[in-house]
Ligand binder design. Sequence first.
Ligand code: ZN
Ligand code: ZN
Length: 136
Amino acid sequence: MQCPACQRIVYNRRLATCEWCAAPLPEGIRLSDDERQRLDQPAATVALGGDQAAAAQGGVRCPACQRVVFNRRLAACEWCTAALPTGIRMSVEEMSAIDAGEAAKAEQRRQALRQADQESRAKRLKRLGRRAMGLW
Ligand SMILES: [Zn+2]
Ligand SMILES: [Zn+2]
């Protein structure tokens, strides 16, 4: 790409003006917003598709059948039952970290439920109290 004003090569097509002479660059030379976005994304995510995207989401491929193994807690492939290498399998630490995370989440849910229960009970008591006052 050459600058139409100074004829020098424009390396940075993200700029709106020439790096050398500061002349405004025409649309054709500048990167379009789409192109810029594509460049800004890491190449890996652009290249991924289908199974690879699934693999990026936590699945890995079975070395025997090349299919995506979603459940990395298993010692064998879900498809061909080939033994999975430890590199593919989740480590014990990973598993316990996930279990711990899930346990914490479950505990949070329990606490939220308990709180909601207490609130509704308090409301009911208040209602009952008001009714009792009315009776008095
Ligand atoms: Zn120029
Ligand atoms: Zn397999």
